[in-house]
Design a protein. Structure first.
Lengths: 312, 303
């Protein structure tokens, strides 16, 4: 980004030589004003986003005391550790299943909200979006308390149905389920809102035409709703995939990676190794494993966004 | 919406009209039923926070019905709101969020204006770059940023790690890209004739921005402000990494590190703290829901 800006400066410098033309002068004034207006943005992104991103590549090649260059030593070390593969597996399970459930629930709930009369939609939408509004660190505390081993409100309720105490965060499988459940609870409203906006933009005539052709509800969804919402579904899912993959708060507070590292995902394990274990290079190496997935998702999002830009 | 569809299709199929409207009525009933279920699912944690916050610790450990308060008390609230430590967290959070919102707006509004109106060489690339930066998550950057600020501290002697104001440098990386991106969308939707008229009348670029763009795009500005505030208020990873002394903590980290002492969970106070921490975003949301939703959908729908 910074290169772009500097070349921009060069262009305005060249324009200075032809000062006589008033048009040129106006152009120069405009571009240098524009440059000044974007300068803080460029500096911020360059110094606090791009530089640290490259710096973490450098950090990943150092040893624990950060005095010696070890090349791919950290990665070789990671590949040999069982916990690392556990983290890779859990990150994929966590992100993929959470995103699928968020998308499904969001889609279904958006339809229900869309079904009720327009004047009542606001109230329902308002209630259903509450999980997204509460800071996740705060709401996860409430979930932690609902899951509490000895005073669990869920187990209290379930005991009336004869369902025995469930070790929500104590057992590996249940802990995995719990972190996904909380993530779905937190993220589904976002999908709901996006899909609701998309549903409202589907032209009514398409449904009329489908109804005249005798389409049932399933055919209406499959042949009208889904194709019309394709773009928004793709973008929302990819967005959410990035955010869920990089999630930290929920897992950190709910299980802190336990029991026995079974719910660690990249971000929480990088924190455990890099900050708590003060092995910064190893932590940086762990978090770098998020990059490929993020990059793939970002490329697809960018393609969709620029495609829409061309249509407009 | 679809009700209309069926009614319009109705006259062509007189016979089926009755059964289809009955289907509609049932569909509506089922919609309400499931919406109620989902609303319960959504609201259980916050309601449970409220219930627990009204209980004394004796009632919590008595293991009575967790869903009911038998002896409501405000002792958790008075306990927290008179504790200097908790108020300190609250003020730290408030200061950080307010200053970050200001910084964000000062950076992203002019930048969005320049990127959407003053087309210069590389402006399209820069706009895409801003969007890509928004996709880089905090959990990728916290380790290099932590090391960076530690190194700056060693070199210059300016100690930024473990000071609440270090967050003022870091939070804008989360808020500025998104706010710039949605402001570009809002500015781009303003008709070109408006600013051309202003330029012809002799307005400078700065005047065009303050007199035309900011008033016209005010809803977008409000949405971006709400977003920036919510993000800085809720951020958990960066303060957890960068601040450790109890007088430097912001609310979410403060509650988790000070109210949980070893294995002793004072749940009444934790839930009260969590509820008070969730209150500012919830209050903003209650009053400005439409702006909130506009900001939420703008990120992905404005191109």
């Amino acid at each position: 980004m910074a290169d772009v800006a500097f070349q921009q400066g060069a262009v305005s410098g060249a324009a200075r030589t032809a000062k006589r033309s008033s048009l040129r002068r106006a152009l120069k004034r405009k571009s240098s004003a524009a440059f000044l207006m974007t300068l803080p943005l460029i500096l911020l992104i360059g110094v606090l986003v791009i530089y640290p991103a490259l710096y973490s590549l450098h950090l990943a090649t150092l040893n624990k005391s950060m005095a010696k260059f070890v090349g791919f030593g950290n990665f070789e070390f990671l590949f040999k550790r069982e916990t690392f593969w556990l983290v890779v597996k859990q990150s994929c399970i966590f992100a993929i299943s959470a995103v699928i459930f968020k998308a499904l629930i969001g889609f279904i709930v958006a339809h229900f909200v869309h079904n009720v009369p327009a004047n009542k939609q606001r109230k329902w939408r308002g209630m259903l979006l509450v999980p997204w509004v509460i800071p996740p660190a705060m709401s996860t505390l409430a979930w932690l308390w609902l899951f509490d081993p000895s005073y669990s409100a869920f187990n209290y309720t379930l005991s009336f149905f004869g369902i025995g105490p469930i070790p929500w965060t104590g057992d590996a499988m249940w802990a995995r389920f719990s972190v996904i459940l909380v993530n779905v609870w937190y993220g589904a409203p976002f999908f709901m809102i996006m899909y609701l906006a998309a549903l409202k933009s589907v032209p009514e005539q398409l449904y009329e035409a489908a109804a005249i052709d005798g389409a049932n509800w399933w055919q209406r969804i499959w042949y009208v709703t889904l194709p019309m919402m394709r773009n928004i579904i793709a973008i929302t899912t990819l967005f959410s995939l990035i955010v869920t993959f990089a999630n930290f708060d929920i897992v950190r507070i709910l299980t802190a990676g336990g029991p026995l590292d079974h719910t660690h995902i990249f971000a929480t394990w990088a924190f455990r190794v890099g900050i708590e274990g003060s092995d910064i290079p190893l932590g940086a190496s762990v978090s770098l494993f998020m990059v490929p997935i993020l990059a793939v998702a970002a490329i697809f999002i960018l393609r969709d966004v620029s495609k829409r830009g061309n249509e407009a | 919406m679809s009700t209309v569809t069926i009614d319009k299709a109705g006259p062509t199929r007189q016979v089926k009209y009755g059964s289809m409207s009955r289907d509609r009525a049932w569909a509506l009933r089922w919609s309400y039923f499931f919406l109620t279920l989902f609303a319960i699912f959504s609201l259980v944690p916050p309601i449970y926070m409220l219930i627990t916050s009204l209980k004394s610790s004796a009632e919590i450990s008595a293991a009575t019905n967790p869903w009911w308060v038998f002896h409501p008390t405000l002792e958790n609230y008075t306990g927290l709101l008179t504790s200097n430590q908790f108020l300190r967290f609250f003020w730290n959070s408030a200061w950080v969020s307010i200053i970050v919102v200001t910084i964000t707006m000062l950076i992203s509004v002019p930048a969005a204006f320049a990127l959407s109106r003053m087309k210069f060489w590389g402006s399209a690339t820069l706009a895409t770059g801003v969007f890509l930066t928004y996709l880089i998550p905090d959990s990728l950057l916290f380790i290099p940023l932590f090391k960076m600020f530690a190194v700056i501290g060693d070199w210059t002697g300016i100690q930024l790690v473990n000071r609440w104001y270090v967050l003022l440098f870091i939070y804008p990386t989360l808020t500025v890209p998104f706010c710039t991106w949605i402001m570009i969308g809002y500015f781009a939707s303003i008709p070109k004739e408006l600013d051309e008229a202003a330029i012809i009348d002799g307005a400078s670029w700065f005047q065009t921005l303050t007199r035309i763009f900011i008033p016209v795009a005010l809803p977008g500005l409000i949405a971006a402000t709400i977003f920036a505030f919510t993000v800085s208020w809720a951020q958990f990873l960066y303060p957890l990494v960068f601040t450790t002394s109890t007088d430097q903590l912001v609310l979410p980290v403060g509650i988790i590190t000070t109210l949980i002492k070893g294995d002793v969970f004072n749940w009444g106070q934790i839930m009260t703290g969590a509820l008070l921490g969730a209150a500012p975003p919830l209050i903003i949301y209650a009053f400005l829901m439409d702006y909130y939703i506009a900001g939420l959908t703008a990120g992905a729908t404005k191109g």
